[in-house]
Design a protein around this ligand. Structure first.
Ligand code: RB5
Length: 150
């Protein structure tokens, strides 16, 4: 499974740790930056990962974005077609984001959630299957919105 990951300066330290953690778990990782903890604009990184997921760039399956809260990353990632980004702060929501919402981008907080909790969130997200059925029918209602933007 291939994961595209990025952060801003607020999520940089956890992004570096998460890249190593994911590799140790056997995932392929596409690190979209940044390469240092210098101040950057989170939208630039949200869009890189969202585009990887939307177009399955280099076989990307899922995206992970880390900023201060995860909120800014999710707002921008959700502007990209076919992306369903979820800002998750507890493992239970990671499970529901996959099972009910078929989320394909996970947005994490590097400032308010510790790394250990974020690894539990990531583990749950990456190992939970979408349930389909009534949830698929609901998600199908995204399609006309993505076509027309309204
Ligand atoms: C950067 O200071 C901060 O605004 C950003 O990391 C993020 O939390 C935005 O949602």
């Amino acid at each position: 499974m291939k994961i595209s990951i990025a952060s801003d300066h607020a999520g940089f330290e956890q992004k570096q740790q998460m890249v190593e953690y994911l590799k140790a778990q056997g995932y392929e990782v596409l690190d979209r930056g940044p390469e240092t903890d210098e101040r950057v604009d989170y939208p630039d990184y949200a869009v890189k990962v969202a585009m990887d997921v939307s177009f399955k760039h280099q076989g990307t399956d899922f995206g992970i974005l880390i900023c201060g809260t995860g909120i800014g990353m999710s707002i921008f990632a959700n502007k990209i077609v076919r992306v369903r980004a979820a800002n998750v702060t507890i493992p239970e929501f990671a499970e529901l984001a996959r099972a009910h919402n078929d989320a394909n981008v996970l947005c994490l907080s590097g400032r308010f959630i510790d790394f250990e909790t974020n690894t539990k969130i990531v583990d749950t997200f990456l190992t939970t299957e979408f349930e389909g059925g009534r949830h698929a029918a609901r998600l199908a209602k995204l399609l006309p919105l993505e076509r027309t933007g309204a």
